[in-house]
Structures are given as C-alpha cells and as structure tokens.
Design a protein around this ligand. Structure first.
Ligand code: ADP
Ligand code: MG
Length: 681
C-alpha cells in the first residue's frame, strides 16, 4: 500500500531521471503529485474549423490526419515530423520536433482533436507547432493541461496519477465529515480524482470548490487561531481619553469616519487586550490625523509610540506633520532613519530607552536590534502593504504586547482583506475631508503629450505646481530606443526645452537620502515648480499646491498604483487634473485606463485590478508573507472566501483548540501550513 506522504519514487514508473524532473516541478511526495493541478482544461467539444480559427490563440481543431507523418532531418539533434490535417474544408500543416513517436501516434485517416496556436504558414496555409492531440474515438471531451516539460508531458503525468490513485484506494480527509456535510463538499479523494480526470464540467467545478474551500478554510483557521493566541492581556491600557484635547490642536474638523476610527481604536486600547487593527482609507482620507489622535492618547497615558514608514521621504514628512500637531503639546518627537547622523542616533536611542523620547518616527531603522524602548505602548506601521508581515511583528516585539495599528492606502477588495488581514480588526475611512474635489482624469495617447505639457505650463504660470511621473529612472544606451520615459532623460530634455524658465526638480529612488530630502523640501516649499519623478512619490507625499500630474507610459502601472499616484494631487482647494499618457495609442490595454477616468473609488479600482491581474500580481511577490496558495485564483472567488471565513469562525467559537480525534488531521495541516515563520503580533 502506498501512502500520500510516501516519496514519489515509491510509484511504479518513476526512475532517477523522472524523479529529478518531478522534484524540479516541486513534486517530492505522492501527495504533491496528487495536488499538482492542471494549468487549465481543454474543452474539446468547442472544436473549430481550420478556416474560422483565429491566429496566435490557443484553439481546438477537429480534423482528420490526411497524410503519413514525414520525417525531416534538419541537423544533429533536430528532426521534425510534419503531417497534413483536414477538416474536409481546408488543409493545415502540423509540425513536431524530435518526437520519434509521432508516426506511431498519428494515424493516417483517423480523426483527432488538435489543441494549440495556429500561425500563418507562407501565404496560403496555416500551421500548428507541437499541438496536443486526442483521438476523437476515445470519447473524452474534457482534458486537463499540465505545466509541461520535456520529461513531464501530460501523458506521463496522467499515467502516473492513474498509478497513484490505483494504489491509494482510500485517503484520509482533512475536513471532518460534519463540515463536509454542512457545506456540501466532496471528500478529498473524489475531489482530486475529478480535478485530474473530470468527467463533466459540473463535477469538475464541485471538485475545484472542495479544494479551494479546504485551502481557504485552513488558511482562515490558522489566521484566526493566531488572532486568538495574540490576545494575551496587556498592561498598556488607556485609562483616560484625551481625544477632545487633541482635537483642539488640529487646524480642521475631523470627518465622521475619522472620529469613528479613533473611537474604535481608543476602545481597543482601553480594553486590557492589545489592539490589532488595520486602518484602511483611500489616499487623502486623513489616516495621519487618526494615528496622531491615538499617539496623543497613548503618550498622555504615560507610554511611548512609534511610527514606521516605508521611505525616508515619507518618514520625514510625517515628522514635520507631527511636530506641527504636537508643537505645544509637550510631546517629544524624534526622527530616526538610515541617514540620521551617528551622534544623533545615539542620543535618540538613549532617549527611547530612558523614556525621554515620547514618539519616534522612522524607517526600518527603528526596528534594528539596538533600538529599545522604555515602554512602547503603540506601534503604527504606515503604508502596511510595503512591509512584510514579519516586519510588522518586529516593531510590535519592541514592547510588551503593545497596541498595533497598521495603515494602508491600498484599498483591498473585501474578500482579499479577510485573508491577508485575517488576524486584524478593520476600520475604514470611507469619507473624504470636506472641500476635496474630484480629480479630473484623462487617459490619452502619446500624440496628446504636447498638449498635456502645455496644460501643465498653464497651471505653473498661475503659480501652481505639478508632477510628471515616469516608469524608469534613466535609459542606458542599450535601451535608448525604449519607448518608455525615464525621469533623468525627461528632466534633461524639458529643463532646457519645453519648460525652460521654470524650476524643475528631479526625484528617484536611487538618489542619496539627503538629496531626496532637499528635492522634496524644495518642492513642498514651492522653490521648484515641476517635479519629474519615478514612483517614489507614490506614498504619502502631501503638497496641496500641486494640482496637475502627468503620468507617462501609464499602461506600465497597475490601476491601484495609478490611483495612488493620482492621489498626490487634489490635496488642496483647487481643481486638480491627472493625465494618463499611454505608451501606444492603439493598444487594447489602454481600455483599462478608462476605469480611472470614470471613478475615484479606490475599492472599485482595486476590484478591477484584482480581476485584471489576479491576486498574485495584486499583492506583489510574496509580500503578504502568507503560506503558498495552490489554486491562486481562488482568492477572487468571493463566495468561498466568505463561506470559509464563517465556517472557521463558527468552528473556533465552539472548539477553539480543535479538540477531538476528527480534528486531528485538520489541526496537523494548519500547524504545518503556518510553520514557515509567519510572525504575527
Ligand atoms: P492619507 O490618508 O493619505 O495618509 P493624510 O493623512 O496625509 O492622508 O491627509 C491628507 C491631507 O488632508 C493632509 O493635508 C491633512 O492635513 C488633511 N486632512 C486630514 N483630515 C482632514 C480633515 N478632517 N479636514 C480637512 N483636512 C484634513
Ligand atoms: Mg498617509
């Protein structure tokens, strides 16, 4: 008998060479093989005629082999096999490389489904290279397609899977029967069989549902358990609410949403359990003021606070903002970044350790090992999506169960935030400060660049400021013909060209920190008129006099990122404009830029982004610090996300430690899943 946990070599037909290839594809155990899911499925019932099939797309053609395969020796190591096929209306040529079995497999006069991309072949013919093919007489209409390598083609994988299923007649199920019954789920073995050998579209979708349910359920269980575990009691308790005193320090009235968020947090911080909360709000919704209210409260209650920001520009800006809020509040604020001079660093660190510094604002510098606090009570992480989960944990670890607030301007679709931030409570700022205007947005082709620049100039002449954002820093010789704009090149071109007589600034990530600081402070003081920049200005930069932004090669950016960039304007009273210039006038992708013309709702935009790019891209590479998810697009399946969220909550409510034999397998899997150093605090 073979067990799923056995090494893949336990299966008949796996020699050293194949084992190596399988390992390379991430398959070490039999279970890995069983969960090596098809990349997609071919629906053979959707066969097309040769004449009507589009070029350069995966299509399925149903046709007869009309010749005996011909072998052509091209050179050493390269032999091709070609054959003509016909659907009775037209003829097409098919070519295979180095596959000496083709003459045996493709029989003259037999009918097959051919699946692949069609390319033009000379003037009149079409051709397909190395298509997959299936005999029509086999009667199968639904076929999986696996990620292929030369040693692991679909046929081999299927044979191996058959062997595996034959030798594992029964399989332990991670999901207890009760849950399977409650949520109408297939048992694990049936689901896996149907994923690899679907007999109908319905059974396949049931099987997929079972598998995504399992992964999401495990994930949510793990996150909820962490959330419960992290709820140790804390000595950091707000005993007196100073929010009203803080309001007097502000030059504006808080929005209702800001007040609600502050109340949520103050309630958390008064409870005796550590707060663990996400503050989500679109750019410009006023998250900083909310965090300031909380910091004010915690400091007045005798604790220290820290804010970590992802860039030095942002940290410096926060520093200024907080200095102005707390000018007459008797709060001692320090800025600690990589470029703080050594002597000053030492002083700040001593001040934190001895409790003289009440609030430290900084970059990663504040989570270095030698930074210690006397009594850190509140740790704030700004623009959370830029940090891994582990880093967030590190800041919190500098206190004794301090309160944690993470702030994010990336509106995340609800379904996704349930997962990524499953361990956090959430407050949302869904109301913009009064007087904000909608930013007029135009998506245009490169032919309108001149006009866009003229529009900038018009605003500069009125005393306003503006931005031009480029995707690249500089273009070296090799890339000289790249159509993408680079900030350095554009700066040089415009400085003595179109914007001659205006003061231009240049900003990009690789600049030295103090150079960046100078550029930013020149811009915010109005010493420069137009800032040419890469996306480093993306987060948090706040210059209300800047009312126009042009984004070059806008199609190179994600929608959410463009939305963030656009949030740099429209921060004052004046009407603001954002012009998105596409790389190419006619590209189809430009259509998606139109979404930004029509809405300024960050959540809507995020949803579109998620649909267009999938969760992998949306989240950035492994930024979320969560376990690998096998069927990654399951995150876009909102129903299952919500269902599993509920299921996990219910289960833990009744059985928080998963006692009982029927939960053993489940518990073991959750623990395995979270054994890879996910630090949540
Ligand atoms: P974000 O949520 O993007 O971090 P900020 O906290 O930087 O937004 O706030 C954006 C701007 O709005 C700042 O200039 C801030 O002073 C201002 N602001 C914040 N709250 C209010 C309010 N309630 N009324 C008016 N202006 C506000
Ligand atoms: Mg901000």
């Amino acid at each position: 008998m073979i067990k799923p946990s056995d090494n893949i070599t336990a299966l008949k037909g796996v020699g050293t060479k194949r084992a190596e290839a399988l390992n390379k594809a991430g398959i070490y155990t039999v279970y890995d093989l069983l969960t090596y899911f098809p990349r997609n499925y071919i629906d053979l019932s959707r066969g097309m005629s040769i004449r009507s099939a589009p070029l350069n797309e995966d299509v399925c053609i149903r046709a007869f082999v009309g010749s005996v395969p011909r072998e052509h020796y091209i050179r050493k190591g390269m032999t091709t096999y070609s054959v003509d096929i016909t659907d009775g209306e037209s003829v097409m040529n098919i070519v295979f490389f180095n596959n000496k079995y083709i003459p045996d497999m493709l029989i003259n006069g037999e009918e097959y489904y051919f699946y692949g991309k069609i390319t033009p072949f000379g003037q009149r013919y079409k051709s397909m290279t190395s298509p997959k093919f299936f005999r029509v007489s086999d009667g199968i209409t639904f076929r999986p397609v696996y990620p292929q390598t030369s040693l692991l083609n679909t046929n081999y994988i299927e044979k191996l899977l058959k062997t595996a299923f034959d030798s594992i007649p029964e399989m332990e199920d991670y999901l207890p029967e009760k849950i399977r019954n409650d949520y109408c789920l297939m048992c694990l073995r049936d689901a896996l069989v149907n994923i690899h050998f679907p007999t109908s579209p319905d059974l396949l979708s049931e099987a997929k549902r079972r598998v995504s349910f399992e992964s999401l359920f495990l994930l949510q269980l793990g996150l909820s358990r962490l959330k419960i575990k992290s709820r140790k009691s804390t000595g950091t308790v707000i005993t007196e609410n100073y929010s009203d005193d803080f309001l007097k320090l502000l030059p504006f009235e808080l929005t209702g949403a800001q007040k609600r968020a502050i109340n949520d947090c103050v309630a958390d911080m008064s409870s005796g359990l550590p707060m663990n909360r996400l503050l989500q709000g679109d750019v410009g919704s006023g998250k900083t003021a909310v965090s300031a209210a909380l910091i004010y409260n915690i400091v007045k209650n005798g604790f220290q606070a820290a804010i970590m920001a992802p860039t030095e520009v942002l940290a410096t800006q926060h520093y200024k903002t907080f200095l102005s809020f707390f000018e007459n509040a008797g709060i001692n604020v320090a800025l600690l970044t990589g470029s703080t001079p050594a002597k000053e660093k030492k002083l700040i660190k001593a001040g934190l350790k001895e409790g003289r510094v009440d609030l430290v604002i900084g970059t990663h510098a504040i989570i270095q090992d030698d930074v210690e606090f006397l009594n850190l009570g509140l740790a704030v992480t700004d623009e959370q999506h830029r940090f891994g989960v582990a880093q967030r944990g590190k800041l919190g670890a500098k206190g004794k169960n301090p309160h944690i607030l993470v702030m994010s301007a990336t509106p995340i679709p609800r379904t996704l935030s349930l997962i990524i931030y499953g361990d956090l409570d959430i407050s949302i700022l869904d109301e913009m400060p009064a007087g904000r205007q909608k930013i007029d947005t135009f998506a245009v082709g490169p032919d309108k660049r001149e006009r866009a620049y003229a529009y900038i100039k018009k605003h500069l002449l009125q005393g306003y400021q503006g931005y031009i954002v480029c995707p690249l820093v500089d273009i070296d010789e090799e890339e000289a013909d790249s159509e993408r704009k680079a900030s350095v090149n554009l700066y040089n071109e415009l400085k003595d060209g179109f914007f001659k007589g205006f003061k231009l600034g240049l900003l990009y990530g690789r600049m030295k920190a103090d150079e960046k600081k100078t550029v930013m402070s020149d811009f915010s003081q109005g010493k420069t008129d137009l800032l040419i920049s890469t996306t480093v200005i993306e987060v948090g930069v706040d210059v209300p006099n800047a009312v126009i932004m042009v984004i070059e090669n806008a199609d190179c950016f994600g929608l959410s990122q463009l939305h963030q960039l656009r949030g740099r304007v429209g921060r004052g009273e004046a009407k603001s404009t954002c012009i998105l210039i596409a790389s190419d006038e006619n590209r189809e992708e430009n259509q998606r830029l139109k979404i930004l013309e029509s809405t300024t709702d960050g959540f809507k935009i995020a949803d579109e982004d998620l649909k267009l790019r999938g969760p992998g891209d949306f989240l950035g590479s492994r930024q979320h610090g969560l376990p690998d998810l096998k069927i990654s697009n399951m995150l876009s399946d909102g129903d299952t996300v919500r269902e599993t969220h509920y299921a996990a909550e219910q289960l833990l409510k009744n059985n928080p430690t998963l006692e009982g034999a029927e939960y053993d397998a489940l518990k073991k899997r959750v623990n395995e899943m979270f054994s890879h150093g996910v630090v949540l605090n």
